[in-house]
Design a protein around this ligand. Sequence first.
Ligand code: DMJ
Length: 665
Amino acid sequence: MTGILPTYQRFVNGVPVPSISRRAFRLREKYLIVSVLLTFAIVWLGALFYLPEFKSSSVNDSVYNVYKRIQKAGPELLMPPPLQQNDVGEFPVVGMMHHGHGVEGDDPHVVEDRHRLRAKIDEDMSMKVLERPEFEVRPSISSSRASSKAPNAIEEPGKAASKFVSPSGPKVAGSELKYVAVALGPDADPEVRHKQETVKEMMRHAWNNYKLYAWGKNELKPMSKRAHLSSVFGPHDLGATIVDGLDTLYLMGMMDEFREGRDWVAEHLHINEIDSELSVFETTIRFVGGLLACYALTGDSMFKDKAAEVADALLPAFETPTGLPYALINPSTKASRQYHWAGPNSILSEIGTLHLEFTYLTDITGNEVYKEKVDRIRQVLNDIEKPGDLYPNYINPRSGQWGQRHVSLGALGDSFYEYLLKAWLMSGETDDQARIMFDTAMQAALDKMLRVSNSGLSYLADLKSGRVFEEKMDHLSCFSGGMFALASTTLKNTLSERYMDVARKLTHTCHESYARSETKLGPEAFRFTGAVEARAQKSNEKVYLLRPETFESYFIMWRLTKDQKYRDWGWEGVQALEKHCRVDGGYTGLVNVYHQQPQGDDVQQSFFLAETLKYLYLLFSDDSFLPLDEWVFNTEAHPLPIKGKNPLYRAVPRHINADDNDNTL
Ligand code: DMJ
């Protein structure tokens, strides 16, 4: 019987263990069941009260949250990689995209839908998932500013924050330092935070669409959703938007995008393979400047090496009797020449806007050649006789003589003056020659070029042979408000007060040129003739090319005066950009700012990402974020560190190889 009846006899390794009585076993079972049920109840109640997804009690919300997480993991989870474009920026014939037994690509609408879906996902990512910049809090390097706590920097709870961080502990090699401050501290006004996040979302929209439709090409045509092949850098795969936009991504904390751009530069930017003419000036301010800013911010030596590679490709253009460079260079053939429209002349703003980048490159590589080139330019311009203390826009690099006697703080002249001031600042205020040249020229400019309209608007007019040429100011000249304010606050001299007064007035006039248009965006040039003030007259003056200069001045003026109106004006600009320039495929310039429904020019300029969005973002940032006494902005808004004041300068002692790059102020 016992063999047939069920038994509770248990065995462990074949050895019988004493049985538990039936009665005792049931009691234990009961305890077990009760405790399991209790555990379930506690977990359920906890979930109900503490988890936000459950609290909202909507199944849809929970599903949405899961979807959001998948998005964050990357759209590649949902979508195949984007189509590759051919040489002329078009997508391949879709019928070639076979997937298993179906021919998914036969219908162009399927491809179009995929693009739309992808764009939607990207858009959702930008709206719903706000990223914070990477930050690490480790022992900081010793620097008077670095060691003092940045009031609004993000920090790990209970630890001190520093803007300059080394991942490797107290013994710090310069190449390992990186900039980690964030733009707004935890106590920031929510409205300001919202405005800054709006600008960041604009950057994401511009970048995602460039990535989707023109990746590796220079610029995007946001309306036709393809590469812009006739940009200033032509049809070649130089990735101008990537290089120009990278430091903005870094500063906005868009690290995934920054890394993909960085990797593109490392793998695909090969300037010596380019067999067409590039502008020495544009390549310097956008490529060399952009790469140097990334090097300063991150300490990643790839950026320094690429900057040197690009600058090296430009050097043959400096082989002229005076050392003043030609305008164009073919990196592959090394042939160099001038623009046809400029005759034998080089352009003042072009030859005078290399100084920051080339000097810094010498300091961080130890290679003297770059500094020698720009010192020579400086010497020629310092020594030459200047009509009325001003510098005409054209100069012949063979004879060293001026061309036409046309003087401007707008097109063809502008950033030469800007770089005199900034060379002095970036040198740690030791380049006295630059500051003297700046003050002398500005005194003359204010005496001869500053005009006041009938209604009291101040503006800077161009001169021809010493006389006012036209009662007109370029949008390009609108950077000058910021420049005069910076000059006023960095050196107290007899001109300081006048500089600040002029800075306020010019920035006001530039704002008027925006306020007086139907779109609230400013024209390329505006006139002051009779009843017409601060408005364009000719059709080619009525365009808005997504330019940054007015916003640049708002940013500098805000930092230096703390007058709320500059932030308000910047926000007006953001809203106008969103209303008129934003399209599905990015941001477009406008053909006529005076139309209620303006037509787009279908170009997303690389400087929109490098400058316009960066300055707007900085306008809504704390003063401790890229402080003006530690950084100067090159003319393309790429931040470069100030020597002696910013530990990220990373100069190498001249006798030491750049690879052993210890941090040296
Ligand atoms: C930029 O490339 C630079 O700001 C340059 O100095 C002038 N033109 C554009 C922006 O308008």
